[in-house]
Design a protein around this ligand. Sequence first.
Ligand code: PLP
Length: 412
Amino acid sequence: MTDTDSGPLAALDLARFAPLSMPSRLLLGPGPSPVHPRVSQALAAPTVGHLDPAFLALMDELQCLLRALFRTRNELTFAVSGTGSAGMEACLVNALEPGDRVVIGENGVFGGRMAEIASRLGCDVVRVSVPFGQALDPAAIGAALAAGKTKLLAVVHAETSTGVLQSIPELTRLAREAGALSLVDCVTSLGGVPVEIDEWGVDLAYSGTQKCLSCPPGLAPVTFSPRAVAALRARRSKVSSWYLDATMLLQYWGSERVYHHTAPINMLYALREAALLLCEEGLPRAHARHHLHHRALSAGLQALGLELPVAEALRIPQLNVVRIPHSARPEAELDGEVRGALLREHGIEVGGGLGPMKGRVWRIGLMGHGARRESVERVLGALEHVLQGAGAHITPGRALPAAQAIWQSEER
Ligand SMILES: *Cc1c(COP(=O)(O)O)cnc(C)c1O
């Protein structure tokens, strides 16, 4: 290389690079969500080796804490190195073999993602679909399970793409009666609403750190029931992913401590602290907190004149879907302008719509450390300001009082 090189191989002009400095945002989208300060601190603790006795002790603690969050006695409960989608892929790749029949409930983007992964595994994928915004129909799931020998039923508990919360116990009962394993996506639900793995008879479940666990993205807590482990041991073929193979991972997370891949040490510190924070608060209190601020936000949004399209009984408290209001311009144009102004002028991130909802709705998350009164006050104030500026048809002046009325009714 000579001094006259240009392009990627030219000597870097280091003067152009300032030391890292990121803006502080109020993350009220569908994830990532605000990180608790104690979790950020844990992330910055000194890195040790992945077989260091201090780290092995932390792994044991983390497994206990994850069992408490999932409400399970499952021995095989650990964190997959990767985001929520890695947890999804880990469950599917370990539970399924080529040719297996799998029934997947699809009422949003994430059910579709499970179906895509299962089809790449060479499975016979039966999708039971309902329009986005609705819950799955247990009768249709039952009929699909009855139509052929099924290995697995997979459903999403909290569909972040549509804002619909799915009732699980009846579906897992149907799976068990049909002799199938059940898999539940708990990425957005865990920590925000009750998740009862043992009581509901769920065989495999996964979550993600960046939704209601107040932790950055990067890990996927998973849990496998004894039935799921027995099915894993009875496989005719090797798990097709080496990295996500639970038969090998359980030798590292179990007592043998066999090296598989280097654990993401500092992310595991963060998840340990995040899980501990939730256990200290108590799950029922955390769920009540998410529900209260959801009610305050919903009241405020409706007082602004905005519409919440998901039926009240199906709403996910930590993920609020709101229809983009009418203005002189097309909805999709207002969408970008409003979300841009919220971020630039108010430091607040909210989510746009996914899939068929794109350009039609906003998704406002109140997840984990974000489920606080201050978040609701800031987003309602900022939305009112930005929507007024954009000439949208709203009713100013009423949002905050409506939210305050909810908090006050709770204090009494
Ligand atoms: C966010 C999310 C995922 C995917 O998680 P990533 O961390 O983005 O990989 C899967 N399922 C649901 C329901 C989610 O909300």
